[in-house]
Design a protein around this ligand. Structure first.
Ligand SMILES: [Zn+2]
Length: 201
């Protein structure tokens, strides 16, 4: 019985075939480009496969073919190749439709939850520094916001909340604050800007 080409082309339900497209969350662009470039020199889909006992037949153009790890493959359907557009390593399975770049490949193969987790794990493995500078900045802002709104828990509000079953210790522990109906957002922004100045008010 001949192979059913229609069946052969279908995407396996429940497989990861639909996800990788190389579209990273907006946050992940820019700051992490240097890290990605460094990782692209070190991480290769063929190595990841061979480390798991899946042989890869090289094609002499920096790529190769292998059994696809994302579906029940019986003849090598997975193609690893370099993109003509930007020369980055990419993969595509001609059977189940899985495709993407080396980070998509690592994420799906090693079961990382998302692109950030994938980059983190690969950076750690290859002893590359994670660009942390953005994260402390944002948590710093959140910290100040929590403090700003926490400071607005005045005696009458604490009294009211205690009556509703939220004692002060609980509010402080969970860093729950109070935002009055009048716009406190502008005040908060002013406070943050003031604190950002060396001799802030
Ligand atoms: Zn496949």
């Amino acid at each position: 019985m001949p192979d059913d080409p229609g069946d052969n082309r279908s995407v396996v339900p429940g497989s990861r075939a639909c996800r990788p497209k190389g579209d990273y969350p907006r946050l992940m662009n820019g700051t992490y480009d240097d890290l990605r470039a460094a990782l692209r020199e070190r991480v290769h889909s063929a190595d990841l496969l061979q480390a798991r006992g899946v042989p890869v037949r090289p094609n002499g153009r920096g790529g190769g073919t292998a059994l696809c790890p994302f579906h029940d493959d019986h003849r090598p359907s997975l193609s690893i190749y370099r993109s003509r557009r930007d020369d980055t390593e990419r993969f595509r399975c001609w059977s189940c439709g899985s495709r993407g770049d080396v980070f998509d490949f690592a994420q799906a193969l090693l079961d990382y939850p998302d692109h950030t987790a994938t980059l983190r794990a690969l950076a750690r493995e290859h002893h590359l520094t994670w660009p942390e500078h953005q994260e402390p900045a944002s948590s710093d802002i959140l910290d100040r916001a929590a403090q700003f709104y926490g400071n607005r828990l005045t005696a009458p509000i604490l009294h009211y909340l205690a009556g509703r079953g939220f004692p002060e210790a609980f509010l402080r522990q969970r860093r729950i604050g109070y935002a009055p109906v009048s716009s406190t957002r502008d005040m908060f922004v002013r406070e943050i800007r003031g604190a950002a100045r060396p001799n802030g008010t």
